[in-house]
Design a protein around this ligand. Structure first.
Ligand code: CIR
Length: 248
């Protein structure tokens, strides 16, 4: 199976920030961390497809925000931050190159892929930050699915607050989750980056190495945890989910 990724820009340090203060970013270290992340995906059978690099787009590496994948097709997003909309054309071309049918979110809708959480065939979308209700409605219509809006005010995206384990349990760090009551099975974790997992297969998740306590909790639930250091992306409010889109 394939996954979309996009090489980090040497200008990563200029990326957008909403909830945290700017810190110095080491662009060379970021590139090495990105390569290790991509290698980890590849090791578990996710063949990386690179969207052509865009050195002039500091947030381009956060490719998750540009599309939503569902059952062999894609919805191209209209990012809530206008500064990120130039990331879209190359993603659209990459999908066309793969033969993936794609439709688009149109104005006045806005939607960031980081706000869309799929659990089985249930869709949740964060609203209150980059994504608006018009974008959520369009997503539902384009995919023929029901999408549950979920308030997100404390972090950038819904998937900065919560993600789902392979068994569908939703994990999150309570101080940053607006309302865990939206989710049937919610597991509180003790670290903010512990809220973010990429499901590599039915028994394995990829996480940031900045959440060792959560990694132990997940191992205790019988999961294998692959940990990668993504410190330079965390400084730009990125997490493991936002660096790829798995075309599953
Ligand atoms: C932004 O503010 O758009 C970027 N600096 C970070 C985007 C992270 N994306 C994600 O969590 N899905």
């Amino acid at each position: 199976m394939k996954c979309l990724v996009r090489r980090p820009s040497p200008r990563l340090a200029d990326g957008l920030l909403t909830h945290i203060d700017r810190q110095p970013v080491d662009a060379d270290l970021a590139l090495r961390q990105w390569q290790a992340y991509v290698d980890a995906l590849a090791e578990f059978g996710w063949e990386p497809v690179e969207v052509p690099a865009a050195p002039e787009l500091p947030d381009g590496v956060f490719v998750e925000d540009t599309m939503v994948w569902w059952q062999g097709r894609a919805v191209i997003t209209r990012p809530g931050a206008p500064a990120r909309r130039d990331e879209i054309p190359a993603v659209e071309q990459a999908l066309a190159g793969l033969g993936v049918p794609a439709t688009r979110i149109e104005a006045p809708g806005t939607l960031d892929g980081g706000d869309v959480l799929k659990i089985g065939d249930r869709f949740y979308a964060g609203v209150g930050g980059r994504t608006n209700l018009a974008g959520i409605q369009q997503l539902g219509e384009l995919l023929g699915v029901e999408v549950q809006p979920v308030p997100v005010t404390k972090v950038l995206h819904l998937k900065s607050a919560v993600t789902a384990l392979p068994d569908g349990t939703v994990i999150g760090y309570p101080p940053l989750v607006d309302d865990p009551g939206y989710f049937k099975d919610f597991l509180a974790v003790p670290e903010e980056p512990g809220s973010h997992v990429v499901v590599l297969d039915d028994t394995t998740v990829l996480m940031a190495s900045s959440a060792p306590l959560t990694a132990d909790i997940l191992r205790g639930r019988g999961l294998e945890v692959v940990a990668v250091d993504i410190s330079e992306f965390e400084k730009l409010e990125g997490c493991v989910t936002c660096l790829s889109v798995r075309l599953r």
